[in-house]
Design a protein. Structure first.
Length: 356
């Protein structure tokens, strides 16, 4: 029984840490998830409302956040236009055959029809270097995510010059669609046009229940699990007060469960809750703090300096300008920041803290 629990724990951690668990690339993790597929599927569906997608070639846990946050964005994407292009390209790929191939020129032509035509949206134009660069960013990201395979590539000429004198693209590329293209975008029960807000989309995670109080409790529990497992810290705010009351009531039970399933420890403070890894689990690629990660050292140094102020508990919120002017991030300790491996002066360190 103890061996089974350790296997379930490792499989759950692997699903949390990876978008895809590919049979060809992660065979140990794939077969571990396969062995414990039923308890994993039931647990994540009941506690988090997350479906486990099952395929002969991969597993994917659809990790849907309780509330979208800026830090959850894709690092490779640089603007709203990038995300819009990504969704349009993903929509185009869903209409293609698995292992089918397409030319960059065909994609460019199709995207002119896929891209939104509203007046408030900047018009897609391949004569613009900015748009060509954005498309190449999106395609490179999809290559990294193994949604596409590159067969032949002369996209540099397209990026540099756009169209040739003949009217075609100055440089072509040939791509191949992988099976993952079918599962990259999240599916919804209704046509997306029937949703009018982010709130409407979030509500699709919860089926209607005749027992209103039971449904409210289930939604509260689901929000809590999602916040704890997907965010570095869950802060108490006006709209989360009810969740924190529930969290304090269920603290011991929830803490024991997170330890059993993920080997994570729940820490609860007056205005904050977070799960931490005391044992530095090798299944998690990025935990806080990590030695030799300069920004982590900066955060710890800043926290120490701020807590030395006599009234720090009365000032839990700082404006960005106050952060930049705070002693230590105002440039007076630039040499210390450099010693900690952070390039630039203290203001750059403050910018990094604010961006995080």
């Amino acid at each position: 029984m103890e061996r089974d629990q350790e296997g379930i724990r490792q499989a759950a951690q692997a699903l949390l840490e990876n978008r895809w668990i590919m049979r060809s690339q992660m065979p140990d993790e794939y077969f571990l998830v396969r062995r414990y597929e039923r308890p994993l599927r039931d647990y994540f569906q009941e506690k988090c409302g997350w479906p486990l997608l099952v395929n002969a070639q991969f597993y994917k846990l659809e990790k849907i956040p309780a509330r979208p946050r800026a830090f959850m964005g894709i690092e490779a994407m640089q603007s709203v236009g990038d995300y819009t292009l990504l969704c349009c390209v993903a929509g185009f790929l869903e209409d293609q055959e698995v292992d089918g191939q397409f030319l960059l020129g065909d994609l460019c032509e199709a995207l002119l029809g896929y891209y939104p035509q509203e007046k408030a949206v900047e018009r897609l134009n391949w004569e613009s270097y900015t748009w060509r660069k954005a498309l190449i960013r999106v395609l490179n990201y999809l290559l990294d995510e193994q949604v596409l395979r590159l067969v032949e590539d002369d996209s540099e000429a397209f990026l540099s010059h756009g169209y040739a004198a003949s009217g075609g693209l100055a440089g072509e590329a040939l791509y191949e669609v992988t099976l993952l293209a079918r599962y990259f975008l999240r599916s919804y029960p209704k046509d997306l046009k029937s949703y009018h807000s982010i709130g409407d989309l979030c509500q699709t995670d919860f089926a209607s229940n005749s027992d209103e109080s039971a449904e409210r409790l289930r939604q509260k529990r689901t929000r809590l699990y999602r916040q704890l497992l997907l965010q570095p810290a869950y802060y108490r705010q006006e709209d989360s007060e009810e969740d924190f009351v529930y969290l304090r009531t269920m603290y011991k039970r929830l803490g024991a469960e997170l330890q059993e399933w993920f080997e994570l420890n729940l820490e609860l403070y007056q205005d904050c809750a977070l799960v931490v890894s005391y044992d530095r689990s090798p299944w998690f690629k990025d935990v806080f703090p990590v030695r030799m990660r300069g920004i982590h050292d900066v955060l710890l140094l800043f926290s120490q300096a701020y807590r030395e102020k006599p009234d720090w508990e009365k000032r839990l919120l700082l404006s960005f300008q106050e952060l930049r002017d705070f002693p230590g991030t105002d440039g007076s300790h630039a040499e210390q920041w450099l010693d900690e491996g952070v390039p630039g002066d203290g203001r750059q360190a403050a910018d990094a803290i604010g961006a995080g």
